[in-house]
Design a protein around this ligand. Structure first.
Ligand code: GTP
Ligand code: MG
Length: 464
């Protein structure tokens, strides 16, 4: 469930913005996208690694690196956390935005979910504002086909001004076409000219007041139009990061400050404070995404997701959501606890019988007591105890949770519990980790332990 070295592949551990190239000519490709759209599945398919995948959002929380190559070029692929936007509202959004802005990727592949393209286009549009070399990979085409959703990939590509390709990431073969496009974009055979979102007149006027200065003085740092927007939004976090990663202090540029005053006046005259400006920008992005989606996506069955929505309503409503969740979790715990008793007893009687044979053997060879104590009563008995007590519940608990995960129920649990968990500075997603630790505590110290999550730390309280 959680991110471990083994689940993500030893070499995929987080390097932040540090890229470790196998050869100096390696090109860097970032894999961005909304949560749960198959980024890690694409990453695994291309690199042969085992980054954690599963049917719930928020599995990848840090950047992971892997390598892949085509006939002519080798690449470092970076699987970045899934985000709905690049506004850096959350830790994941910050990690994703920082990599796209400061990780110097040669191209960014934005993986999208074909079954809800409109929502995904929002991130595509934001990424295209920062980065020129963007490739849109529309994944889950098999699911879209099943729901009778048709996407005009060529038309979408014309709208966006960047290459668009459909894929079924679970089938590795479908990813070779994606890598052909990546080759062409990175070697300049395909030239990307991303659509530039046009905002309301007053916003465009304010951008024009500062963009020429940014373009002239800092044009090589970041996309100057996007940077203008962020400065107008007073995104101080980004300015701090520009200072930290690029060593440029935009705060102390007097020419820019003067132009910024002018831009602020333009916005104030139109009654736009930074919050209202952000809202207007987001509204424009959403409207653009909606327009493009209307022109390129055909829903042959208009009620394609009505059953999903009905199920959602039942699983997340206040009246039915909680009872169903409690009943299901209780069932999982009951199955784990009672179900594991039988294999536990069987394992323990077998393993402790072996201990008797080992003791008999040590007596037969006249081994000293201390050696028998260390090896048989120490090492073997502890191992036998751990295996017989912990293995059966884990062997039952994990498959049950995997079933709930694949059925898509876990995000609903996270949603249901989010409000409650937020009260102790946690979030709903942590409910799943808590369940695992409770099971562990139950076996480690039955009825005498409780796990509390407070301010980003777990506290185990055990009483006797
Ligand atoms: N049917 C189908 N399922 C897919 C496809 N690609 C990925 N999946 C499944 O979609 C789920 C999410 O895939 P991940 O690769 O974990 O998604 P992700 O974007 O990395 O998710 P986060 O790291 O949480 O943002 C998994 O259950 C995958 O097996 C596909 O092309 N078709
Ligand atoms: Mg992932």
């Amino acid at each position: 469930m959680g991110l471990t070295n083994s689940s993500i592949g030893l070499n995929a551990v987080d390097f932040g913005l540090e890229i470790i190239k196998q050869s100096p000519t390696d090109k860097i490709i970032a894999l961005a996208g909304n949560p749960n759209v198959g980024k890690s599945t694409v990453f695994n398919g291309l690199t042969g690694m085992k980054q954690h995948t599963g049917n719930w959002p928020g599995k990848t929380v840090t950047n992971a690196q892997g390598y892949c190559s085509t006939k002519n070029q080798s690449y470092v692929l970076v699987d970045i956390p899934g985000t709905y936007s690049l506004m850096a509202h959350s830790a994941e959004e910050e990690v994703a935005r920082n990599f796209i802005c400061f990780g110097n990727p040669d191209a960014v592949i934005v993986v999208c979910d074909a079954t809800c393209l409109e929502r995904n286009l929002n991130l595509v549009l934001q990424t295209m504002e920062i980065s020129k070399n963007v490739i849109v990979c529309i994944n889950l085409m098999d699911e879209a086909r099943r729901k009778n959703i048709k996407i005009d990939v060529d038309k979408l590509s014309k709208h966006l001004g960047v290459p668009v390709i459909g894929a079924i990431a679970r089938k590795r073969k479908s990813l070779s076409a994606l890598m052909d496009i990546v080759d062409k974009v990175t070697n300049g055979t395909i030239h990307c000219s991303p659509l530039s979102i046009q905002y309301a007149e007053e916003i465009e006027d304010a951008i024009s007041a500062i963009e020429p200065i940014l373009s002239r003085k800092y044009g090589n740092l970041l996309n100057s139009r996007w940077l203008s927007l962020k400065i107008l939004e007073q995104d101080e976090q980004l300015l701090k990061e520009i200072n930290a990663y690029l060593g440029v202090s935009l705060f102390s540029d007097s020419e820019l400050s003067a132009a910024l005053e002018n831009a602020k006046n333009i916005l104030e005259n139109s009654n736009l404070d930074p919050d209202k400006l952000k809202d207007k920008i987001v509204t424009s992005l959403v409207t653009f995404a909606e327009k493009i989606s209307k022109d390129t996506v055909l829903y042959e069955n208009q009620n394609y997701n009505s059953s999903d929505r009905n199920i959602d309503r039942i699983l997340t409503s206040k009246t039915t959501g909680y009872p169903i969740m409690l009943a299901l979790l209780a069932l999982v715990f009951w199955l784990t606890i009672t179900g594991s008793n039988y294999p536990s007893q069987l394992l323990s009687s077998c393993l402790f019988k072996v201990q008797d044979y080992l003791t008999a053997f040590f007596q037969f060879v006249n081994a000293p007591d201390w050696l028998h104590g260390i090896l048989v009563l120490g090492v073997y008995r502890v191992l036998a105890w751990v295996v017989s007590v912990m293995l059966p519940p884990m062997a039952i608990f994990f498959p049950l949770f995997t079933l709930l995960e694949d059925a898509g129920y876990l995000p609903r649990v996270a949603y249901n519990l989010d409000k409650t968990f937020k009260r102790c500075n946690a979030c709903g997603k942590q409910a799943l980790t808590m369940c695992m630790v409770y099971i562990f505590l139950y076996y480690k110290n039955p009825h005498k332990g409780v796990l509390v999550y407070l301010k980003n730390r777990y506290y185990v309280i055990i009483w006797c």
